[in-house]
Design a protein. Structure first.
Length: 164
């Protein structure tokens, strides 16, 4: 996770030698907090492209908010042609407990989708206290969590290839 001590957008692993030219990624993007989620999406796509994923193998699907990421991920993961799903969203702490319920439901739901379909389903959802903290993690001073989500998807595809 990106923090003030580590910028994961600068992550480099020469061992990511998996051939991704024929792998297909679904990127499910929440429309809520669009300024943040668009930056996350750009980071994820840039990282996938840097690892030789063809643009036509990156399928974007939008959902209204982070809560809907779970169903969006499930609809993508159930397709045999999709190798990994990256979920991108941003839930900012407010004055009510709504934040807690949404974050817990999304984390639990995304985990369950990956387990149900035995493929990487990545949690790229920011849960900051403020908009500034979100922007700092969506291409700002703490890097871009979208980069991290893409690297995680690639590493998990490699793990799955090695495990079989």
């Amino acid at each position: 996770m990106a923090s003030n001590l580590k910028n994961l957008s600068e992550y480099s692993d020469k061992n990511l030698s998996l051939d991704l030219r024929n792998r297909r990624f679904a990127v499910v993007v929440s429309e809520w907090n669009e300024e943040v989620t668009e930056a996350l999406y750009s980071g994820a796509v840039e990282t996938l492209r840097e690892h030789n994923v063809p643009s036509e193998n990156i399928l974007r699907k939008n959902v209204p908010g982070s809560f809907e990421l779970t169903l969006g991920a499930q609809l993508m993961a159930q397709q045999d042609r999709i190798d990994a799903v990256i979920c991108l969203g941003c839930v900012i702490q407010g004055e009510t407990r709504h934040f807690d319920f949404i974050c817990q439901a999304v984390a639990h739901g995304i985990t369950n989708v990956g387990l149900k379909y035995n493929k990487p389903v990545i949690f790229g959802v920011l849960t900051p206290d403020t908009m500034q903290q979100a922007l700092d993690r969506a291409g700002g001073k703490h890097g871009n969590k979208g980069d991290e989500a893409a690297i995680t998807a690639i590493k998990m595809l490699g793990f799955n290839s090695e495990a079989v």
